[in-house]
Design a protein around this ligand. Structure first.
Ligand code: SAH
Length: 241
């Protein structure tokens, strides 16, 4: 059973194996202490940490990544705009590292994720196992060729040519169901929205970009963090009508 160690500054370690001592820049934790269920423990140099069972997000932040994953700020908008919940049936493509699929599986009833590359499928399987998720199905299929699932509440596309999956999504979504497309560049957004507008069975809602600016709060030195804000992608929201 994995454990999390956290100190007063929010510094956090995930202990994957409590049968071994854990070495950190703060000194090391004895395995006997790591096995303790909860409470405060100290390193050999006296630094205090609290040990607890991992939350979903503690494990999620440690999954293996290969393809570019969707950042949490963007997942936040997908979840809030669609209201995805424990009754939802979700289709996701492509799986990539499975980051979005896993996050949504933690909220939804079931997630079916499509991926064409077999090497990525292996990675996703390992991440699912690591997170102990039971409600994801992985399909080694090209989503442009169709979606087997019907009556779907939400289809999320993170693909180079999302407009090619429009017909698949149209057949698989229930009336009112959401289609969300995530693209890093504007030409992709333009083509996607143009194709959506031509389709009688889709209502285009909006395209947004989320810019998250973290602040430093240190006594009276309170200001935005100086590092640059990176670009991730644009999110386009559509509903089946
Ligand atoms: N959202 C994912 C990252 C997706 S990266 C995450 O959060 O981890 C895009 C993935 O789409 C790649 O792995 C690529 O192999 C896959 N892909 C590209 N075209 C596809 C298609 N037509 N059908 C299914 N998967 C596809």
């Amino acid at each position: 059973m994995a454990k999390v160690l956290m100190n007063k500054s929010g510094k956090r370690f995930l202990v994957k194996d409590t049968n071994k001592d854990m070495h950190t820049q703060f000194g090391y934790f004895k395995k006997e202490d790591l096995k303790a269920k909860s409470g405060r423990i100290r390193t050999n140099t006296g630094k205090e940490f609290t040990i607890f069972n991992p939350f979903f997000i503690d494990l999620y932040k440690k999954i293996k990544r290969d393809a570019q994953i969707i950042p949490l700020k963007d997942i936040g908008l997908i979840v809030s705009e669609t209201g995805v919940n424990n009754k939802s049936k979700v289709v996701d493509a492509g799986a990539g590292s499975g980051a979005l699929a896993c996050f949504l599986a933690n909220i939804a009833k079931e997630v079916i994720t499509y991926e064409i590359r077999e090497d990525f499928i292996e990675l996703v399987k390992n991440n699912i196992k690591f997170l102990n998720i039971k409600n994801i199905k992985i399909k080694n299929k090209n989503i442009y060729d169709g979606i087997d699932e019907k009556n779907v509440d939400l289809v999320v596309l993170d693909l180079p040519e999302p407009w090619k999956a429009l017909e698949s999504a149209e057949k698989s979504l229930k009336a009112g169901g959401f289609l969300v497309s995530y693209s890093p560049t504007i030409p992709q957004v333009m083509d996607f929205v143009n194709y959506v507008r031509k389709n009688e069975n889709f209502a285009y809602l909006k395209t947004s970009e989320i810019i998250e600016r973290e602040w430093e709060v240190e006594e009276r030195k309170v200001r935005p963090r100086s590092q640059a804000i990176g670009h991730s992608g644009f999110l386009s929201f559509v509903r089946k009508i």
